[in-house]
Design a binder for this molecule. Structure first.
Ligand code: GLA
Length: 682
């Protein structure tokens, strides 16, 4: 499977001669003469791949069973004549009105019981049989008609899978899903009752028919039921993807098949999805109005690379502004280019946009595009055109891999455990923000980071960072123990290892999962009061600020390295350290101020013997490396729009964007990018 996927992606790279460059193309929104201008300008901008047909169902099947493929034939032929390859989408993210009206049962039911009607997109119930049949029919038609078309380079299944449904159909599928997890019949139901701890509040089920999706929690509800529904909802969406994937693959199996993921998307467990695709693809829209959005972007890029441990596809980004926020700021000059290289620096093999030509109407009429409303005179067009013509200079980078010695846990079970269930000591955890808080210091100190999940192989890393992993599996606990016992360094922050996958408190508490690892136990979790802050004193005498959370830690084999300086927990441990086998665990029992978390993390990384990608560079410069069997590429990106930097180089080489030889150090003006092919591995 993996080998076949690599071969399919290698075939795509070969066909495109390196990176993919292009975007969503919607010729169905334009009269035919416009298309000729489109392809002429695509060629001018170096476009080599476009995604066609994403929301085109109504244009392809205007009435049930009446198919109108002529325009798509024409578009595919035109693109092929112009040397542009096609990432052909199944249009199933936007069912036509006839389908929704004839079969309202195909519409999703929201958590409050209201039907999500026609008029937006993603108005499908992923569990609906009728939706699935129609989706399979249009997919089969497309696969038969276009699989051998010479323009076809890749299949794009659906778009940004996401809808949840609480319908009767969902209830039936949810029960089946639960029966697969817990077993069917009476013994399965017993296992479900145990897992959901239905002894509490008289929630015991005596027949499978009584089991249903969780309703909107009017006050409180069963945390294990909500957790299982989150898992089920991801899986039921995945079934839709798999059904269409298998159809297109049954007709032709040598080209990549994938779908596009979203930034920090809670409803789909991308670790489970990624293995089913030939490559991971991401749509990313960092808010240009927020200076730090590049940090979350980098984390999402590293996550996409880590999901399969392979280069990934940047499937969509904006040339400038988007249209989904209250205020949609533009990307200032140079930012789109920088963001594009940032994705490549973190493992992307493409730069793709939403969309090619700005729509005249519809919700996204003010969304930027490669070709804006103002045409080729626009500043954004010039930037897009320049980037498309510059990318071939780094073609050798496409397909190259990344390496990291630091692993950071990002897992959907942890996320759901913290955020979709209720009744925690505090109920305002923001898991992506927490993980980003642990990632930022590593990024700013130029460390290469892989994201890992509860099932990942940890053996290749030296450091494992576990941020607020409330829910962990037994396998992960065992793997973490092996990792540390074998010499690894684990940095774990508070409220981790608390419950099992059924959301039940591990005994003896706390943290039942990690007690031996951290060398102590927590007698009580102490969430902070509104605005409360507490000083934490480190062994070197320095005092730092903390807030939000405290724990009353009782030491067993660990020793304290920082203590509360006052308050009810005065002189009690705030940060502890434990030797476990040949390795070491640092446990942080409070939310340390940003600089203190940074210092604690970086000290652990340093003492684990992990070297940064470059030794000396300011924190606003990002540094990553990509490797092939015989080459090594250093990426340096200056994210400041006002400050320059000079970065000493680990080896001499050639800066590929300019073709100039470089040695010793390289100057980086504001927003500059350098891609250095190093002469020696270092
Ligand atoms: C998503 C979708 C696109 C478009 C963009 C707008 O990524 O896939 O169809 O709506 O957002 O930013």
């Amino acid at each position: 499977m993996t080998r076949a996927a690599s071969a399919r992606m290698a075939g795509l790279r070969e066909r495109l001669g390196g990176f993919a460059f292009g975007g969503d193309y919607n010729p169905e929104q334009w009269d035919r003469p416009v298309w000729d201008e489109d392809v002429r300008l695509m060629r001018q901008a170096g476009v080599n791949l476009v995604t066609l047909g994403v929301f085109a169902w109504a244009s392809l099947e205007p009435e049930p069973g009446r198919f109108t493929f002529d325009w798509l034939d024409d578009a595919m032929d035109l693109l092929h004549r112009n040397g542009i390859s096609v990432d052909l989408a199944t249009p199933t993210a936007a069912p036509p009105v006839w389908l929704s009206q004839r079969h309202p049962g195909g519409l999703p039911v929201m958590e409050d019981g209201e039907v999500f009607g026609f008029g937006n997109r993603l108005h499908f119930d992923p569990g609906s049989q009728i939706y699935r049949e129609h989706a399979a029919r249009i997919t089969t038609k497309l696969a038969r008609r276009y699989s051998r078309h010479p323009a076809l380079a890749m299949w794009h299944i659906g778009n940004e899978y996401g809808p949840l449904s609480y319908s009767d159909t969902a209830a039936i599928r949810f029960r089946r899903w639960l029966q697969r997890r817990y077993g069917d019949g009476a013994s399965g139901l017993e296992a479900l009752n145990d897992a959901w701890y239905t002894r509490f509040w008289s929630q015991r089920y005596t027949s499978w028919e009584q089991v249903a999706p969780p309703e909107i929690p009017r006050s409180w509800s069963n945390p294990a039921r909500r957790l299982d529904f989150a898992r089920f909802s991801s899986d039921v969406l995945l079934e839709c993807f798999l059904a269409e994937r298998d159809i297109v693959r049954s007709v032709r199996d040598d080209i990549p098949v994938l779908t596009n993921f979203m930034r920090f998307y809670r409803r789909a467990d991308y670790w489970r999805w990624a293995d089913e695709e030939d490559a991971v693809a991401l749509d990313i829209y960092p808010d240009p109005g927020r200076d730090d959005s590049r940090v979350a972007a980098a984390l999402n890029f590293d996550l996409m690379r880590s999901l399969r441990g392979q280069p990934w596809i940047l499937m969509e980004q904006a040339a400038s502004a988007v249209s989904q926020w209250t205020v949609n700021n533009v990307k200032p000059p140079g930012r789109m280019r920088l963001g594009s290289y940032q994705a490549i620096a973190h493992g992307s093999d493409s730069v793709m946009f939403f969309q090619w030509r700005a729509s005249r109407g519809g919700h996204e009429r003010f969304h930027s595009a490669m070709l804006p409303h103002s045409g080729t005179g626009a500043r954004t067009w010039r930037e897009v055109e320049a980037l498309g013509n510059e990318l071939p200079s780094i073609a050798a980078v496409a397909g190259s891999q990344s390496r990291a010695q630091v692993a950071l846990l990002f897992d959907w079970d942890c996320w759901w455990g913290l955020e979709t269930t209720h009744g925690l000591p505090r109920n305002d955890f923001d898991y992506p923000a927490i993980v980003t808080g642990h990632y930022r210091p590593l990024l700013e100190a130029h460390h290469a980071v892989d994201l890992v999940c509860l099932d990942s192989d940890l053996s290749r890393y030296k450091v494992l960072v576990v941020p607020n992993a409330y829910l962990v599996s037994d396998d992960f606990v065992a793997a973490a123990k092996r990792f540390v016992a074998g010499g690894g360094t684990l940095v774990c922050s508070f409220f981790s290892g608390v419950v099992d996958p059924a959301n039940q408190v591990r005994q003896p508490a706390y943290p039942g999962a990690f007690r031996a690892l951290i060398g102590g136990y927590i007698d009580e979790y102490w969430p902070a009061r509104e605005g409360e802050r507490f000083a934490v004193r480190f062994a070197d005498g320095s005092t730092v600020d903390a807030d939000w959370w405290q724990e009353s830690i009782q030491l067993e084999s660990a020793r304290a390295t920082a203590w509360y300086a006052g308050g009810l927990l005065a002189d009690r441990p705030a940060v502890i350290e434990n030797q476990y086998g040949a390795g070491r665990v640092v446990y942080i029992g409070t939310r340390l101020a940003e600089e203190a978390l940074r210092d604690t993390l970086l000290a652990a990384v340093r003492s684990a013997g992990v070297a940064p990608v470059v030794d000396e560079a300011p924190s606003f410069v990002e540094a990553t490396r990509r490797y092939t069997a015989d080459a090594e590429f250093l990426f340096l990106l200056n994210h400041s729009d006002s400050e320059s930097a000079v970065v000493p180089l680990p080896a001499a080489g050639t800066e590929l964007l300019t073709g100039s030889p470089v040695s010793d150090a390289i100057p980086l003006p504001p927003l500059a990018v350098a891609v250095i092919r190093m002469s020696t591995g270092s």
